[in-house]
Design a binder for this molecule. Structure first.
Ligand SMILES: Cc1cc2nc3c(=O)[nH]c(=O)nc-3n(C[C@H](O)[C@H](O)[C@H](O)COP(=O)(O)OP(=O)(O)OC[C@H]3O[C@@H](n4cnc5c(N)ncnc54)[C@H](O)[C@@H]3O)c2cc1C
Length: 514
């Protein structure tokens, strides 16, 4: 419905209505704010396209197209319950003011969001506005992240307890105000973002999310532990739940409890004597760890928002900022570095919006060490490319893979070794770097070393058919190590690392440690 429908609206619920503000929680199941609002009386369900957020450098048309798919389904589900999803475009405070003039609501309900500085400041403005208008804003915890938690003591137990709570019961109906003006879903072009550059991305929405979860836990997940690091097998062996969790098409509690039920079923079958379930059990145990990591990293950003922009160990601040090589940056973004595994991964990501953990780490390691580019710069590009962009995980991982946390080992990936280990048949590289399609397998990881005979037979010319390596591996890694360790060894960096460990380190006991 277009905004001019507003004039026909009449409201008998002034001052008694709850507004449910959907943000990164685009579902109706296990959605406490929606359930509470439905129990309180009349409610307005709202999603807002916020120009300030859409203009942020970490947001892309791919994200918004996915959000739109989720909104389409959410709108249908809310309608089936007898309600309406109101969609507006504009500054959130203007939208709230306008709706409040029309409806006169008593409170806002939403989920807490652990986002970027932009969303944090936006939330502060909403808070101020709500206070000025005597409107209560109740934010409910989502994904096991706790506000006001300054260190890690007791966090894991709280996460477990939160995730084990019963899910919010399903809604039986909604009493919403009908006839409110809504722009409906706006295309990425209408929002000024152009067409999404990535076309092979996952399907949006809660139904797709639940299907993906079920398929992983019951069909695809058995090889997860062994296959997750292969870019080829990982695409089907990994759960692929990340975009659904990032936009809240599924709650972490739904995922965790489904995992628990499946793990329990496997344990029972094992006890009853069934053989051959070991691979499933090990894979699900690895999966469970990663669900905790989601909360662990998001909690870090919640407790220390500076992680988005500043290194955890401040002594590393600015070490890569001096004159980053923009040509190298472009080559990395486009998959033209002359390192086939790096290029295949980047091109795969640029097409699909997803990449497994190991290959994300390798891309960042290559950018941060081999090319010595600032993680803030490469991280913004990746944020736009990752369909599952989740600030808490993203900025922590960028820092870890760039060696600036002070509490993680420095890990520099060798792209050639990764090609040999993770793509031994060369299938992935051939698929995503078609220039190398006809190259004999022995040259695929390092095509610039091709000998004269194969050069002649294949017609491959290093530097013409495919770029020469833009940096020399050994030399680049040696220089990067020297620079990182020169800072890491200082007393200042060591003291800061101790502080990081106290505030953010996992409290999980490791074998052999006290
Ligand atoms: C530089 C870098 C940036 C990253 N940025 C993001 C991001 O923006 N959003 C994001 O969801 N993940 C990010 N990750 C973590 C990880 O790569 C993805 O979660 C994973 O590849 C998503 O695929 P999946 O859902 O099939 O994961 P699975 O392996 O099936 O894991 C299940 C879920 O566990 C969580 N998870 C898995 N690995 C990690 C991890 N290392 N840290 C925290 N949580 C984890 C995710 O929620 C994931 O959906 C990043 C990793 C790196 C190295």
């Amino acid at each position: 419905m277009k905004p001019n429908a507003e004039s026909t609206f009449s409201n008998g619920h002034r001052g008694t209505t709850t507004l449910v503000w959907f943000k990164r929680d685009l579902r109706i199941e296990d959605h406490a704010p929606l359930l509470r609002a439905s129990q309180e009386g009349t409610c307005v369900c709202l999603y807002v396209y916020e120009p300030e957020l859409l203009a942020a450098p970490d947001v892309s048309a791919t994200h918004v197209a996915f959000i739109n798919g989720c909104l389409a389904e959410l709108g249908e589900q809310i309608e089936a319950l007898g309600g309406q999803l109101v969609i507006r475009r504009g500054d959130i405070v203007d939208v709230l003011s306008d709706l409040n003039r029309t409806v006169g609501f008593r409170r806002i309900r939403s989920h807490q969001e652990t986002g970027t500085e932009v969303t944090y400041r936006r939330d502060l403005r909403v808070k101020r506005w709500a206070e000025e208008h005597n409107i209560e804003w109740i934010e409910t915890r989502q994904h096991g992240v706790f506000r006001g938690q300054k260190d890690r003591n007791g966090w894991a137990a709280k996460w477990n307890a939160d995730m084990s709570c019963p899910q919010t019961p399903a809604l039986s109906g909604l009493q919403t105000i009908s006839g409110l003006a809504s722009t409906g879903i706006l295309s990425t072009a209408e929002l000024g973002l152009g067409a999404p550059p990535q076309t092979e991305v996952q399907s949006p929405g809660s139904r797709a999310a639940l299907r993906t979860l079920h398929e992983f836990l019951h069909q695809r997940g058995e090889p997860y532990q062994k296959a997750m690091s292969s870019p080829l097998e990982g695409a089907t062996a990994c759960s692929r739940l990340s975009p659904y969790l990032a936009y809240g098409a599924l709650s972490m509690r739904q995922v965790y409890q489904s995992y628990q039920r499946r793990a329990h079923e496997l344990r029972t079958r094992k006890k009853e004597g069934e053989q051959g379930l070991g691979t499933w059990s090990r894979s699900l145990s690895s999966f469970n760890k990663r669900l905790h990591w989601n909360g662990h990293f998001t909690q870090r950003l919640e407790s220390d928002p500076s992680i988005e922009k500043r290194p955890l160990v401040r002594a590393f601040e600015g070490i890569r900022s001096e004159a980053p090589n923009l040509e190298h940056f472009e080559a990395w973004k486009e998959g033209r570095t002359g390192y086939p595994m790096v290029d295949a991964c980047m091109r795969f990501l640029n097409a699909t919006g997803w990449l497994n953990f190991r290959m994300r780490s390798m891309l960042v390691s290559f950018a941060s060490y081999h090319l010595w580019l600032p993680w803030q710069m490469t991280g913004t590009y990746l944020a736009r490319r990752f369909l599952d962009y989740e600030p808490g995980i993203h900025y922590n991982q960028l820092q870890m893979q760039s060696g600036v946390t002070g509490i993680n080992a420095i890990r520099i990936y060798a792209p050639t070794k990764q090609a040999l280990d993770q793509d031994p048949e060369g299938t992935f590289i051939r698929r995503w770097v078609p220039e190398l399609e006809n190259l004999p397998l022995r040259w695929l990881a390092e095509p610039h070393h091709i000998d004269m005979i194969d050069r002649h037979q294949s017609g491959f010319v290093p530097g013409e058919s495919y770029p020469l390596p833009i940096v020399e591996h050994r030399e680049a890694v040696r220089a990067a190590r020297d620079r990182i360790f020169a800072v890491r060894r200082t007393d200042e960096a060591k003291a800061q690392a101790q502080d990081v460990l106290k505030r953010h380190g996992s409290r999980r006991k490791r074998r052999g440690r006290h």
